[in-house]
Structures are given as C-alpha cells and as structure tokens.
Design a protein around this ligand. Structure first.
Ligand code: ZN
Length: 375
C-alpha cells in the first residue's frame, strides 16, 4: 500500500508528502485524531516511503524493493511499534526504555529508524519524561511518531517538540464502500454499519470481521426491559454481567487452546512466555467487548435524545430501530434522556478504572428505571 491507500485524510497526506518531497524530515511527529481513522497506517506509510530503496522519480514507496516488502510483512528491522501493553491501560517506562535502546542503535539497513508510540496519551508520567529526553536529543536519522486522540492528554513539552498532523473522521461514503467492496457486506447492512461506526473505518472493519454490531441487540433488549419494568434493574445488571463472564471464560479457553497449538509447533519456546503473551491478547479482546457494550448504551441514549428533538430517523445512528427509540421517548423526558446519556458516558469511562461491570450497569438501569413515567 502507498499513500493512495490511506483513505480520505487528504490534509495529512499532503502534509507528509510535502516533507518527503523536500527531504527535510522532522525528528518527531504527533498524529492526532479519532481512533480508527488511519493514524497507524499513515505512520507505516511514512516509514515505508522514507526507507524505500527505489531509484529516481517519485516520493511514495514502490512496494517492490526489499525494504517495502519487509515493511509490508511487518519485518523491517528499522521499524518498531509501541503501544499500551495488551490488557493494560498505560504505556510504561519499560517500553520507553526499549524504544530508547532501539533508536540508539545504528540503522540496520542504512535508512531511517522509525518508531511509533500508539495512544501516546496513555504514557505514564515516568515514561513521558523519559521520552522527552529522547525528543530533546534525537539520534541521527530517527523519526519518532506519536499518535493520540487529542493533544490535551499529552504533556505540553512533548507536544511542542513534535510536528502536528491532524486526522479527520473517515467519510460515511468511504466506509460504506470499503464494507461493500472489500468486506463483501451486503449493501443495506453496509449503509447501517457505516453510520454505526461514526467515521471510524477501523471500527467498521473490526465489526465486519467479528460481531457485526451484535452487542447493540443486548443493550437494546436491556433498555426495553427496564422501560416496561419487565425485570428489576439489579437483576438485569447481574444477567449481563454473567454474560460477560461467560464471554471471558470462552476467551480464556480459546487462549489455552492457542497456547497448546503453538507449543506443539514450537517445542523449544518457553511455555510461560507464550502463555503470557497470548493471555494478554485475549484479555484485550475481552476488554474490547466490554467497551463495545458500554458504547452501545451510549449510542442508544444519544439516539433517543436526537429522536426526541427530530422525531425522525435520518440523524440516528441506530436508524433501523426508530420504533424502539420512539417508545423510549414516549416514556422518558428529554432532560432525563440527556442525563442518562451523560451517565452512560461516565460509566463507560469508569470501566477503565476497573470497576465491576455489574455496578456500572446497575447505575444506568436504576437511573433509567427512575426516569420512566408510567402511562
Ligand atoms: Zn520500495
């Protein structure tokens, strides 16, 4: 893939290609923008173009030289990617130390060393301080790219050392087209999923390859039950929490099986290391499941608020469920819906603080139950 493959993001593309054209490459970049819009892809494309070995014309990567091929296979020795440890919320000092030792070495292939720190706003204070030192005295022919959702979460001293590149939400039409043509999602579903992914192509691709926004049904079912008072909020919260632990068990089992499979092929590798690595991957999957679930509550309340103003489906994300949203609006005041939306957002944030899912859901369901007026 070359820069052409980075969908939308015309501003970022123009900016980065401008640097490639002049050959004056800053030591550090900060790629800012929402999740799933192409920041990591852009970092990879920049690294690929910087190290492309083709001769002559053109500033973009050729896709055929040994360096480009190695980048495409994620095996380039001068390209490293750092992210919050799987299953963990922060990016710690150990990772930054590894980064520092990686950039202190000479480039293996004589080109640029490119390192990326994903979700840099999650660096611990200690890690940020350590990185700042490297940014202040960058090693020769090294490019450090930080990605973040917003500048605010980062130390000002770090931000001021980086060239800022902004990334935008991906257009609805672009996401829809990728879903139809690359993922072979039927047109009507693609249209809906493009709305549900809210400009995040990454999210759309993930759902297309996995659950296809199925968690919406779980959360809507809960809200409808609270609405008609069919089940007690506390009991509902408990049953969703037990669904979550069932998912967790399934993932644990899958992870155990994967460890076994790998051990059969690579007998020489230490079991502890593989186990740790694979378990972390499955923990991250579970975490993502929880986040998606909480996200879906937020989107239902958000849609209910919009519906209460517009009475129509055109501005909704869950536009295939106008009828249920209309029922919610009949029984819950707009002010209460706004409050519920805020509560759901707050509860989603608490998920990060490792509060038990059951308590977070209890709060949402109890608040909603109190807001429902009975005819
Ligand atoms: Zn090349």
């Amino acid at each position: 893939m070359s820069f052409e493959g980075l969908l939308d993001q015309d501003h970022a593309k123009k900016f980065l290609m401008g640097y490639l054209r002049t050959g004056r490459i800053p030591n550090a970049f900060l790629f800012c923008g929402p999740k799933g819009v192409g920041k990591k892809t852009a970092a990879r494309l920049l690294a690929k173009a910087l190290n492309c070995q083709k001769e002559g014309e053109g500033i973009d990567s050729c896709g055929q030289c040994p360096s480009c091929v190695a980048m495409d296979r994620d095996r380039h020795p001068d390209w490293r990617c750092f992210a919050p440890e799987r299953g963990s919320l922060t990016l710690g000092i150990d990772q930054i130390r590894t980064l520092k030792s990686a950039v202190s070495l000479k480039s293996s292939w004589g080109g640029y060393k490119v390192v990326v720190v994903l979700e840099a706003e999650r660096m611990t204070q200690e890690a940020a301080n350590a990185l700042l030192k490297t940014l202040e005295e960058p090693p020769h022919k090294t490019v450090i790219i930080l990605t973040a959702s917003a500048r605010d979460g980062l130390e000002r001293t770090i931000v001021s050392r980086c060239q800022h590149v902004g990334f935008e939400l991906v257009k609805h039409e672009t996401i829809r087209s990728v879903l139809i043509h690359q993922c072979h999602v039927p047109e009507d579903k693609a249209e809906l999923w493009a709305y549900l992914s809210c400009g995040s192509l990454g999210r759309a691709l993930e759902e297309a390859g996995g659950q296809g926004f199925q968690l919406r049904a779980v959360s809507l079912d809960c809200l409808m039950k609270v609405l008609i008072g069919e089940e007690s909020p506390v009991f509902l919260a408990e049953s969703v929490a037990s669904l979550a632990s069932q998912i967790q068990d399934e993932l644990k089992q899958e992870s155990g099986e994967e460890v076994k499979r790998i051990k059969e092929i690579h007998k020489e590798v230490e079991t502890g290391t593989i186990q740790e690595w694979i378990e972390a991957r499955y923990q991250a999957k579970y975490r993502q499941w929880l986040e998606r679930l909480m996200d879906s509550f937020v989107t239902w309340f958000r849609d209910a608020v919009i519906y209460s103003y517009s009475g129509g489906e055109s501005l909704l994300m869950n536009r295939d469920h106008g009828e249920e949203l209309s029922r919610i609006c009949d029984r819950v005041n707009r002010e209460d819906l706004i409050q519920l939306c805020e509560t759901a957002i707050l509860m989603r944030e608490r998920l990060g603080a490792n509060v038990q899912l059951r308590f977070l859901l209890e709060r949402i369901f109890l608040d909603m139950s109190r807001s429902v007026h009975h005819a």
